[in-house]
Every structure is written in C-alpha cells, then in structure tokens.
Design a protein. Structure first.
Length: 55
C-alpha cells in the first residue's frame, strides 16, 4: 500500500543506498497508471519485503 492505494510492483532496483520501485496502480479509479516510488535506505531489502507481504 502506498498513499492508501494498491499497486502491482513491476520492478525494483537498488539506487545508491535506497530503492527505485516501479508499480502499476490496481484500483478502479486510476487503473493501469504507472508510477515510480523511492524507498529509503532503511528498507534493507525491497524484494524480500514484497515476498513477505504476499505470503
């Protein structure tokens, strides 16, 4: 959940000490809208966090 909306993650990559996460909005209001978010360095492993969220 980002900004109280659901997103489908299409990719994530390390950028410096943080992360760049590319997503597509999945709710009816703005479905298929692509966005890129930055995750701070405190988030050690975005891919692992995504796996845990799905499980």
């Amino acid at each position: 959940m980002v900004r109280d909306e659901e997103w489908i993650v299409s990719s994530c990559e390390r950028v410096g000490k943080g992360w760049r996460v590319r997503c597509t909005h999945s709710t009816e209001l703005v479905r298929r809208t692509a966005s890129t978010f930055s995750a701070p360095p405190e988030v050690d492993d975005v891919p692992k966090a995504l796996e845990e969220d799905e499980g």
